[in-house]
Design a protein around this ligand. Structure first.
Ligand code: BEZ
Length: 210
């Protein structure tokens, strides 16, 4: 069965462009994004990795480490890094796992045989400080991901882990949020003393807690 939200992200030891990594130790006490791409020296993947390198300060601001993976060996990742820097104007600044034996790819179900039986799809796992999986997204090889969306989801995950709120459609950091239904109006008065707008009894809009 594939990994589901709330499962512990499986631990593993692997080779990467930044040396041997034991995954849970590497994550430490913060958040992590583990993402796969299908193949080195391919166009969409080149643009994605450049973008993740450019966005690294945004991930760091949120206490998130980022790590990529493909079934190519680390030696290929290292050669490809020069192309990424040359074409995307951003040097690889996070580790890339080399997984030619498909150890991690299989552990995380990143190979979808009916799409391609040898290459990883574009999987994304967001992992919390408790090492549990908070989010999974899967894109096909033909579609590059929107990493701004991944940052947006991380903002929501981190906010909703701390406060009893949920984020509405198309929410962006700083927008109003929703008081979760599990909080009674009585409890909501204590948690949100500034008040809220009840559009319906179950749809209570409140300013984003800081
Ligand atoms: C790409 O990154 O462009 C790509 C990789 C594998 C299959 C198709 C496209």
């Amino acid at each position: 069965m594939s990994l589901q939200l709330g499962d512990i992200a499986p631990d593993f030891e692997t080779d990467s462009t930044e040396g041997k990594i034991r995954f849970h130790d590497w994550i430490g006490n913060g958040w992590a994004v583990l993402f796969s791409h299908p193949k080195d020296f391919t166009p969409v993947c080149t643009t994605e990795l450049g973008e993740v390198a450019r966005l690294k300060p945004e991930f760091e601001k949120r206490g998130v480490k980022v790590i990529g993976l493909s079934v190519d060996p680390v030696s290929d990742h290292r050669r490809w890094a020069a192309d990424i820097e040359e074409t995307q104007g951003a040097a690889l600044n996070f580790p890339l796992i080399g997984d030619p034996e498909r150890k991690v790819s299989n552990l995380y179900d990143m190979i979808h045989p009916n799409a391609n039986d040898t290459l990883t799809v574009r999987s994304v796992f967001v992992i919390g400080p408790d090492k549990k999986i908070k989010l999974t997204i899967t894109y096909p090889a033909s579609t590059g991901r929107n990493f701004d969306e991944i940052l947006r989801v991380i903002d929501s995950l981190q906010l909703t882990a701390k406060h009893q709120v949920a984020t509405p459609v198309n929410w962006q950091h700083g927008d109003d949020v929703i008081i979760v239904p599990a909080v009674s109006d009585e409890d909501a008065k204590k948690k949100f003393p500034q008040g809220w707008k009840a559009v319906k009894s179950y749809l209570r809009i409140v300013k984003q807690p800081q």
